[in-house]
Write a protein of this length. Structure first.
Length: 313
């Protein structure tokens, strides 16, 4: 027989780092857009997703609605996933890039908590400790005046905007965690392209409705914003592709840990291109959140390896 060509060692981790860089670059370009609402940027991102997924749906003959018993889960996945995207884009626009990125990395902790509630998965004292670490990190980044006093500095704009961005980023992390729980519930019975299709279609419909209600729908006035919009769509799509490829050839644990490079890139890009130095409070909050998410990922990885060994025995 013909031997299958071995995968290059570390290729999955390289794809993960590349994905993190592309996502961080997309968020930087989002900060550079001057005259567009975050919901409108999200709508354009959904259009790019639909254009990419549509040929895949036709090629794999998955249909556009999915299995009858899974449609409610697909709808919830699309609604919560697109909500997470809109809120994250809003957080990027009103607060420092690194702060918003760090807060969204608390999603693995919320995933463990929601999986315990809805999927009856085990929730140990370690999971509780990681949750407390994540909450402590978010508090250090938000720096509420009732804990840190009224003369808190280091924000990009007003504290009100920073607080709104923090709430949006936390809600985005919870929404993203909910989508992971829904995907676990569906299992492998639904094609990956179909899941993204629901995400893009429901997101686009929701964004258009919100834009008409807010009366914010308009094309960008300058050529720079239009170029940035296209780049955000392409970079976001590229990041999603490389992350998917990484998960196909590498275990989820190392990929989850390596995804913390998002935070590193966010700090570097914020300092180099936005001229905003992070405060020591942000650094402390970052260490708490990264330790929490990394600890959660490593623990899940070790548990899966242990189960695999037991099944072999």
């Amino acid at each position: 027989g013909i031997k299958k060509k071995a995968t290059c060692p570390g290729l999955g981790l390289f794809y993960t780092v590349l994905s993190a860089f592309l996502f961080s670059l997309a968020s930087l370009f989002l900060k550079k857009i001057e005259d567009m609402h975050s919901v409108e940027v999200s709508a354009f991102r959904c259009v790019f997703q639909m254009a990419f997924v549509l040929p895949g749906l036709i090629y794999y003959k998955t249909g556009f609605l999915g299995p009858k018993g899974k449609r409610i889960f697909l709808f919830l996945r699309g609604f919560l996933g697109s909500t997470a995207m809109v809120l994250l884009y809003y957080a990027y626009q009103v607060m420092p890039l690194a702060d918003a990125t760090v807060i969204t990395f608390s999603s693995p902790v919320f995933t463990s908590l929601l999986a315990w509630i809805f999927l009856k998965e085990k929730y140990s004292m370690w999971d509780l400790l990681f949750t407390l670490f994540a909450i402590a990190g978010v508090i250090l980044i938000a720096r509420p005046p009732f804990l840190f006093g009224s003369h808190v500095t280091g924000f990009e704009g007003s504290y009100t905007d920073h607080l709104k961005g923090t709430i949006a980023a936390v809600t985005s992390a919870i929404s993203a965690a909910s989508t992971f729980v829904i995907l676990r519930k569906m299992g492998k019975s639904v094609h990956y392209f179909l899941s993204i299709w629901y995400y893009a279609v429901i997101g686009l419909i929701g964004c258009v409705i919100v834009l008409f209600v807010l009366n914010e729908w308009r094309l960008p006035h300058c050529g720079k914003d239009r170029v940035l919009l296209i780049l955000i769509g392409l970079l976001g799509l590229g990041g999603q592709i490389f992350l998917t490829k990484a998960l196909q050839i590498e275990k989820a644990g190392p990929v989850s840990v390596m995804r913390t490079m998002d935070v590193v890139f966010a700090f570097i890009l914020q300092i180099l291109f936005l001229n905003h130095l992070p405060t020591w409070w942000t650094v402390g909050g970052t260490l708490c959140v990264v330790a929490s998410s990394s600890g959660t990922a490593i623990r899940k990885w070790l548990q899966s390896m242990k189960k695999a060994k037991q099944s072999e025995i």
